[in-house]
Design a protein around this ligand. Structure first.
Ligand code: THU
Length: 140
């Protein structure tokens, strides 16, 4: 499948406008491309009890898995706002990388970071090498 990375980043930045982030001021959007071509979006949703908040990437995966989708090609992540600083890219946190790991082939799944026309594409295993996955756990 030919991936339109620009389109995926635009979907992530559109979603970021719907972030609920009154505490950090950081608005994050994620756009997850499934194997069937559907794009699922997610935003960060913060909470007055700070640790109860959730990142955009896990919201996107949760939305997709809820519909029955289990095969994924790529995710674009776009962050903006107070906490972004001068970084051009907004990389997923470790918990989100682990969440992605569960449903992907790390050598194939792509993480797209940056702006339209100015982005980098990483394989998940570049961001999360030597990962712990479903094969590492014995199902009883
Ligand atoms: N955030 C994400 O949505 N994705 C990440 O991978 C890193 C952090 C959110 C969580 C919180 O609402 C805000 O960014 C600041 O940490």
């Amino acid at each position: 499948m030919k991936i339109d990375y620009n389109k995926l980043i635009v979907a992530a930045s559109d979603a970021a406008r719907r972030a609920y982030s009154p505490y950090s001021g950081v608005s994050v959007g994620a756009a997850l491309l499934a194997a069937n071509g559907t794009v699922y979006t997610g935003v960060n949703i913060e909470n007055a009890s700070y640790p109860a908040g959730i990142c955009a990437e896990r919201v996107a995966f949760s939305a997709a898995v809820t519909t029955g989708e289990r095969e994924f090609i790529a995710i674009a992540v776009y962050g903006t706002g107070a906490g972004k600083g001068s970084a051009a890219q907004f990389p997923p946190c470790g918990i989100c990388l682990q969440f992605m790991r569960e449903f992907t082939v790390p050598e194939e799944f792509e993480v797209v970071l940056g702006e339209p026309e100015h982005y980098s594409v990483y394989k998940l295993n570049e961001l999360l090498p030597i990962s712990f996955g479903p094969d590492n756990i014995n199902i009883i």
